[in-house]
Design a protein around this ligand. Structure first.
Ligand code: PLP
Length: 367
């Protein structure tokens, strides 16, 4: 068959293991998933209530323009409705952007390691990929600028970066945006911005009115707690949105997702509470790392990348049979680390205890 050559060597995305399959394999009653940076406190009760009252009309296609959600997000951000595009998760928007801008002869610049989907989509669309190594978990924005040339269509910036959790300061990102050529699109993946508490962080949406070549991506999958319903959005100048729109599937955001996202947006009290509890949970992990002299990147997101100095796969496997699903750093570009989503206080204590047992067993077997 006449496949695109690049698809033949591409592996599908490997998601965190489902809870049920881990329970079965290891005969565990309780399994905690701290692998995909979902909200450990679940979905806001107000969102659940909105969904319950919406369980009807499944025969009707969703609103392809996401009108109600669009109005809610535009008001929330104080932006025009024409500055928004909605996606079946932010993943879908990454795909749309890639499809709209990337092709053979074009190139795309990104940090490495960073979120896998920038590269994955760029490969499928046949663009040249320029990966710029992180420095101490942070984007090397100067080197990224140097990598840009007249054929660079898209630059991806993930801040806080997945998988390191390191963010970019306002000063650094504005200096970067000022230097990127106007013909090159910058995508700021803002998936974790709601978790950031650092004083020198920025509001990426504010930049959209200043930089006509900027797309900001956000998601309802993380702090808003509706990952299963798949809703994300992009914010950009009207001229970008207008050209992107035809690359979007007509009914890409489902009805329940739209209803849930509006209710989630309207419950900022829940978001604030989750942000606060996330910092408390992060402190539990930081303390554990300090006690055991394990390296980690200071994270402003809802996950932490911890270096055990041994095989990340081995740590992953150990924690798995104890009932904790984390991500091995091996698949994320950090072979000796694991990435752990910050959970509830109890979940954090549980996974930290399991990590302590691991460290003890390793040191016993070494002696
Ligand atoms: C989780 C995540 C996404 C994808 O979010 P969805 O809206 O669930 O598709 C995008 N970017 C980053 C950096 C993420 O961590």
């Amino acid at each position: 068959m006449k496949w695109k050559e690049q698809l033949l060597s591409l592996a599908p995305y490997k998601p965190g293991r489902p809870i049920e399959s881990v329970k079965k394999e290891y005969g565990l009653e309780k399994v905690v998933k701290l692998a995909s940076n979902e909200n450990p406190f679940g979905t806001s009760p107000k969102v659940v209530a909105a969904l319950q009252s919406a369980l009807s009309s499944f025969a009707i296609y969703p609103d392809g323009y996401a009108t109600t959600l669009r109005t809610a997000v535009a008001e929330f951000l104080k932006m025009d409705e024409e500055q928004l595009i909605f996606g079946n998760g932010a993943d879908n928007l990454i795909q749309i952007i890639s499809r709209a801008f990337l092709e053979p002869g074009k190139n795309t610049v990104m940090a490495s390691p960073s979120f896998s989907q920038y590269k994955h989509n760029a490969i499928i669309d046949g663009a040249e990929i320029r990966e710029i190594p992180l420095i101490d978990g942070e984007h090397d924005l100067d080197a990224m600028l140097e990598a840009i040339d007249e054929n660079t269509a898209v630059v991806w910036v993930c801040s806080p970066n997945n998988p390191t959790g390191v963010y970019i300061t306002k000063e650094k990102i504005t200096s970067f945006l000022n230097k990127v050529p106007k013909e090159t699109v910058v995508v700021i993946d803002d998936a974790y911005h709601d978790y950031v508490v650092a004083d020198d962080f920025y509001d990426a949406v504010e930049f959209v009115n200043e930089y006509n070549n900027l797309i900001v991506l956000r998601t309802f999958s993380k702090i808003y707690g509706i990952a299963s319903l798949r809703v994300g959005y992009g914010v950009a100048h009207q001229d970008i949105i207008r050209v992107l729109e035809p690359a979007r599937e007509p009914f890409n955001v489902n009805t329940l997702g739209q209803i849930a996202a509006v209710a989630a947006l309207n419950d900022q009290g829940y978001v604030n509470e989750c942000r606060r509890k996330n910092r408390e949970g992060m402190a539990q992990f930081e303390q554990f790392c300090a006690e055991h002299q394990l390296h980690y990147f200071p994270s402003q997101a809802n996950f932490i990348l911890i270096d055990f100095g041994t095989s990340g796969d081995e740590v992953f496997q150990y924690l798995l049979q104890k009932g904790y699903i984390v991500r091995s750093g091996n698949a994320l570009g950090y072979t000796t680390s694991v990435r752990v989503t910050v959970g509830s206080e109890e979940e954090n204590n549980g996974v930290i205890d399991a990590m302590k047992q691991y460290l003890q067993e390793v040191s016993v077997s070494k002696n």
